[in-house]
Write a protein that binds this ligand. Structure first.
Ligand code: BYC
Length: 320
């Protein structure tokens, strides 16, 4: 008897959930949701949060060596923004019933994914430009549609994140523009950085649609609004005129415009490189996780102090 009542409730709840999705309304933390929807969101949002946190490292590498005080201040603000993005996203994931500590442990124990893009090195100042322009540019392309994700806390977090990413993208473009218009050596440095980051930025969008196991369901649930390939295509189309404005060359030598579809057709992506990075064998995977673990360990005293302070405050409130 109990089982069938539960079954009826679940069917009704499922129908209500389906109706909300169908009507393009939002699912909120208090709402019933299928377990698979909850799990998918926890997976995507926590991976996204981890990407923001690990993503601080390649740029933090240049804070002490930025070429001017102005550049240093801008870069510090940008890296700090990424930390903020990580925090909004962890908070959004927590509304789905996972703790911050669990997500953190998944990351530092190497059980969680974060974006492949942050496993590459930043050998020159121009890499700061290439990251801002290409990596934040790709992030905006992918994330603007996420502002309309069906899960309320995720979509709302994305609105602010996207505003900040726009600033990041423009500052990266401006770094590259200045270098591209500088001495031949500076222009060369800008070109080499773009050569390093272009293909990995295309890989940020994930595997091609026919190799993306999660896309169809995430799109049916309106978490993702466009497929990986659609967003990658949109990004390439955005980059072409910007390459021209910068006076830099696109590293994709097979890129061509298709008059019939009005789209840019890109050359072959080296998916074996993407798979290696996802498998932990990218240029910087090991050092990124090592650095994250060190930061976690060296921050232990801060967590202990904050916990002790909160306990004392609670005790004082009880005693009053
Ligand atoms: N890297 O079925 P698929 C930033 C995984 S940070 C690593 O297509 P899905 C910034 C995928 O997780 C912005 N893994 O999956 C920060 C899945 O594995 P699992 C980061 C990847 O989820 C600092 C498997 O491959 N942005 O902007 O439908 C400084 C199959 O893929 C990647 C986000 O996180 C990858 N590139 O689609 C500067 C955006 N691609 O979990 C800038 C939010 C795929 O099944 N996330 N995988 O083991 C998304 O939009 C989606 O999760 C993805 C993948 C498009 C990335």
């Amino acid at each position: 008897m109990t089982t069938s009542v539960t079954a009826v409730e679940t069917t009704e709840e499922q129908a209500h959930f389906d109706a909300l999705i169908e009507a393009d309304l939002r699912i909120e933390p208090r709402d019933w949701m299928p377990e698979a929807y909850r799990k998918t969101l926890i997976r995507q949002i926590s991976q996204h949060a981890h990407s923001e946190i690990i993503g601080m490292q390649p740029e933090a590498n240049w804070i002490t060596r930025a070429p001017s005080l102005k550049r240093k201040a801008i870069l510090m603000a940008k890296v700090q923004d990424e930390a903020g993005h990580g925090l909004y996203l962890y908070s959004a994931a927590q509304t789905l019933g996972i703790t911050r500590e669990e997500m953190n442990m998944q990351l530092i124990e190497g059980r969680a994914r974060y974006s492949s893009i942050f496993n590459y090195h930043t050998p020159t100042w121009a890499d700061m430009g290439a990251i801002g322009w290409l990596v934040d540019g790709a992030a905006i392309c992918n994330q603007v549609p996420l502002c309309r994700a069906s899960y309320g806390p995720y979509g709302r977090a994305m609105v602010r994140i996207c505003k900040e990413e726009s600033f990041h993208q423009r500052q990266g473009f401006e770094i590259l523009l200045e270098l591209a218009q500088g001495t031949p050596e500076q222009k060369q440095m800008a070109q080499e950085a773009v050569d390093r980051w272009y293909w990995p930025a295309l890989m940020m969008f994930g595997p091609s649609d026919d190799a993306s196991p999660n896309s169809a369901r995430s799109m049916a649930w309106k978490i993702k609004r466009f497929s990986n390939d659609e967003l990658r295509q949109r990004f390439v189309g955005m980059c072409v005129p910007q390459f021209e404005a910068l006076g830099l060359e696109c590293p994709d030598k097979d890129l061509r415009f298709d008059e019939e579809t009005g789209q840019w057709i890109m050359g072959e992506i080296d998916w074996s490189e993407f798979e290696a990075v996802l498998d932990g064998r990218g240029p910087a995977n090991t050092e990124r996780l090592k650095r994250r673990r060190e930061a976690h360990d060296s921050g232990a005293w801060v967590r202990e102090a904050a916990t002790a302070y909160a306990r004392k405050q609670a005790e004082a409130r009880l005693a009053a």
